[in-house]
Design a protein around this ligand. Structure first.
Ligand code: SAM
Length: 261
């Protein structure tokens, strides 16, 4: 069976891994230039796992699941580096047809060992592995619905948030100051948020909710953003007061300006 349908088409990105193009959002799921796998590893997984290296248990919020690269690259990188933890991943995704078709997506070979996980998530939205006692345990749970709704009802808190929605221009409701208010409620005080967006509007939406903002230079990819409610060491903090002074008209996106919301 083919992955391609009227709304999704598989596309090869520059690192050789495949991503997809969404007709609905008129956008690719990853940067085709940076490469799907490289973008996921370099902008999200590597800085996030470095930040939580001393924790025995980690909870990740993967916004949104899409093709699942961020979840799968997390498992891949933990295995590669011999990182053993109790890991819980929650990931909202409202495209049920996409999730059902993931069995037919051409993932990088390094994800071959996770085929049973992809199959389980694609079929039931859930994967649990309690067998690996001495090696840590894994629970991945997809929320097949709206991410905003998920956040409003979420009782969990998270060590890591992968903020990987479609761009602010094509999917603004997942980038507003009200949205990041909900993220600030569910991210732990010492948690980390990773995102490919370096736009001032995104950074302002994080800033007004109490986040410290950092410029991150991932290996082999364009710059990205890290954010945390607590100051982070070893990264260059963006001077938001200075940015605001230099750009007095800049403002964060707001739910109030989004007609469909
Ligand atoms: C850029 S893609 C995510 C890529 C994904 N992180 C990956 O590694 O494959 C954005 C995803 O957000 C989903 N999405 C958009 N708006 C949503 C919403 N309000 N609630 C839940 N999912 C949403 C889309 O269906 C799409 O799969």
């Amino acid at each position: 069976m083919s992955f391609n349908d009227t709304l999704h088409t598989m596309v090869q990105s520059e690192d050789g891994s495949f991503t997809a193009y969404s007709k609905e959002f008129d956008e690719h799921y990853h940067s085709t230039k940076d490469g799907a796998l490289q973008e996921s590893l370099q902008k999200h997984v590597i800085p996030a796992l470095l930040h939580v290296k001393d924790k025995e248990e980690i909870a990740i919020l993967d916004i949104c699941f899409g093709l699942g690269f961020n979840t799968l690259a997390t498992l891949y990188y933990m295995k590669l580096m011999g990182i053993k933890k109790k890991l819980t991943i929650y990931s909202p995704e409202f495209d049920k047809e996409l999730i059902a078709s993931l069995k037919n997506f051409q993932y990088p070979d390094i994800f071959d060992e996770f085929k049973d996980i992809i199959y389980a998530l694609s079929s039931s939205g859930e994967y649990k592995d309690e067998r690996l006692h001495s090696e840590g345990t894994l629970h991945v749970s997809l929320y097949l619905g709206d991410a905003r709704e998920f956040l409003r009802t979420c009782k969990q808190t998270f060590d890591i948030v992968y903020q990987d929605a479609f761009s602010p221009s094509s999917n603004p409701i997942l980038w507003t100051q009200e949205y990041f208010h909900d993220i600030a409620r569910v991210i732990k005080e010492d948690g980390i948020l990773t995102t490919y967006s370096i736009s001032l509007a995104t950074r302002l939406a994080l800033h007004v909710n109490g986040f410290h903002i950092y410029l991150y230079a991932p290996e082999g990819c364009r710059s990205s953003t890290l954010a945390s409610l607590s100051p982070l060491k070893n990264y260059e903090e963006v001077d938001m007061a200075h940015k605001i002074t230099c750009n007095p008209d800049a403002k964060p996106l707001s739910d109030l300006e989004i007609k469909s919301f």
